[in-house]
Design a protein around this ligand. Structure first.
Ligand code: FAD
Length: 472
């Protein structure tokens, strides 16, 4: 007799290379389920931009499942136990997630289901190397990226090839006891999401197209080109990887048939940084809150709501910072180079705790990812693993001049400065009055004067850093 398997979709919103779904299809009839479990997530509930993404992604997934996706909202354990009863299911399948709250919840659910004689099978669909497999020879976790990636990952096992999409899925005949996607209320009441989502096509098909576009026109110049925010050399795959619309195995192996050079190697190493972040989060479950280096616990932050709001709104008076923060607001994404610049400015020039930036990103990014976001903010702040040394403070004027030399990126997001010549685009406060006038700008009226003086705030940050004593 054919078995009934519940496939619980979580961060694996795809049909291709989905090991848990693949195994379910081979064993019997499948009931595909998604559960929005805000209750268990607690403070790690998805932010606003991620919810918009999820709404559209669930729509796409449901369409590719012939409208058979059953949607629920509430406590996952209670819902699964009920579904198992209703459909006399024999097993529940899922692909593993690695956020600490999910690990805790999932092991609890596994226990409850097993106690009722229901088989639970979990699979790896999201990481190339699972965190418990990559440890130093002495059994402790890595703290440095290069040995983690080279010795811990590449030297041990090559990532498996991706699985095909199941040819057919034999669905459980059901009357769909679930809810509508709309009833999850993932979209905001005021439709600010429309321009944001207009720049993306969420879902598995969108992921494949984005990957193809990157292979055709980004990869060949990735290593150098990835530093220039106005150029299109990065993949923009991060939200797809986060929601599992594309697996890292698909991204990794898509390079197989391309020339193997510095560009493909570099792209793979960026996927390696994603693995490193997950490894850190697994071994340090409070990565999102606590400094990895405890000596930073005494850091003299100077919390200032006015400065934080100016930063969030892209009104700091530092053009490249404002461009990045507005890109984030308008598109739910920010180029990596600019993430580093705005992060350094917030934490160092403004002396705001990195957690304030992390929370804003969490709410605003469509690729908000607990592992990548926490690890990256700690990296920027200098308190993380293999972090940028604290005294290396980005100069946002020089960064702009170097990485956006023609100013396309900055002018796109800060159109008030469109007529300012390149020479003063990144430091309008230094422009002579006649140049500002000719560009139609009065600082403080048309565009803010800088909220901090860059040189002084740099020295203040260095002094704060020194006050911790005994640092290198
Ligand atoms: P590509 O350059 O094309 O890289 C391909 C993939 O590799 C990315 O999609 C991503 O999955 C991974 N990757 C690339 N760089 C990194 C990195 N530094 N760390 C970890 N993984 C990486 N990334 C997120 O996915 N979610 C976040 O919430 C997030 N928050 C960040 C916060 C800060 C302050 C900083 C400095 C970086 C953050 N990143 C985050 C990492 C990085 O900026 C993004 O992954 C990248 O910009 C996504 O664009 P892309 O897909 O075009 O990247």
């Amino acid at each position: 007799m054919s078995k009934t398997i519940i496939h619980w979709f979580r961060q694996d919103l795809r049909l291709q290379d989905n090991p848990a779904l693949y195994a379910a299809v081979q064993q019997g009839k499948v009931l595909p389920v998604y559960i929005l479990d805000d209750e268990s997530a607690g403070i790690y509930q998805m932010g606003a931009a991620s919810r918009c993404w999820l709404h559209h992604s669930l729509k796409a997934l449901n369409a590719s499942l012939a409208n058979k996706l059953q949607i629920y909202s509430g406590h996952a354990e209670a819902i699964l136990l009920e579904l198992v009863k209703t459909y006399s299911a024999n097993a529940v399948h899922w692909n593993r997630c690695y956020e600490p709250w999910r690990i805790q919840r999932d092991s609890h659910i596994k226990h409850s289901l097993s106690a009722q004689g229901i088989a639970v099978h979990s699979f790896n669909g999201s990481l190339l190397w699972e965190p418990w497999d990559v440890l130093k020879p002495d059994g402790t976790p890595y703290r440095m990226f290069t040995p983690f990636y080279r010795k811990g990952c590449l030297n041990t096992r090559f990532p498996r090839t991706p699985l095909a999409q199941p040819e057919t899925i034999d669905f459980v005949v059901n009357e769909n006891t679930g809810q509508s996607i709309e009833s999850l209320m993932l979209l905001p009441k005021i439709p600010w999401d429309q321009p944001l989502m207009a720049t993306w096509q969420s879902g598995e098909q969108g992921a494949r197209q984005t990957l193809q576009q990157f292979l055709d026109s980004g990869l060949n110049d990735y290593k150098v080109g990835r530093n220039f925010p106005a150029q299109h050399f990065v993949s923009r795959l991060s939200p797809y990887l986060h929601f599992g619309e594309l697996s890292p195995y698909q991204a990794w192996h898509a390079l197989e048939f391309r020339q193997q050079d510095d560009n493909s190697e570099h792209f793979r190493s960026e996927l390696g940084w994603r693995e490193f972040s997950y490894n850190l989060l697994y071994h340090h479950p409070d990565l999102a809150e606590k400094n990895l280096q405890s000596k930073f616990d005494a850091f003299p932050w100077q919390e200032n709501t006015t400065h934080l709001i100016a930063w969030q709104q892209g009104q700091t008076g530092i053009p490249i910072v404002d461009a990045g923060m507005r890109e984030l607001w308008q598109t739910g994404y920010m180029h990596n180079r600019v993430r580093m610049i705005v992060g350094s400015f917030l934490v160092k020039n403004l002396l705001q705790p990195w957690q304030a930036g992390e929370r804003w990103f969490w709410d605003s990014l469509v690729d908000a990812d607990l592992a990548n976001n926490s690890a990256s903010w700690q990296w920027v702040a200098g308190c993380g693993a293999d972090a940028a040394p604290y005294f290396r403070i980005f100069n946002p004027v020089l960064q702009g001049q170097k990485f956006d030399a023609q100013g396309q990126y900055t002018r796109q997001y800060v159109p008030e400065l469109i007529k300012l010549p390149d020479k003063y685009l990144f430091n309008p406060w230094e422009a002579p009055d006649r140049i500002l006038q000719a560009a139609g700008i009065l600082l403080g009226r048309d565009y803010p004067a800088p909220i901090v003086e860059l040189k002084q705030s740099r020295l203040r940050a260095l002094a704060a850093f020194k006050s911790l004593g005994n640092m290198h």
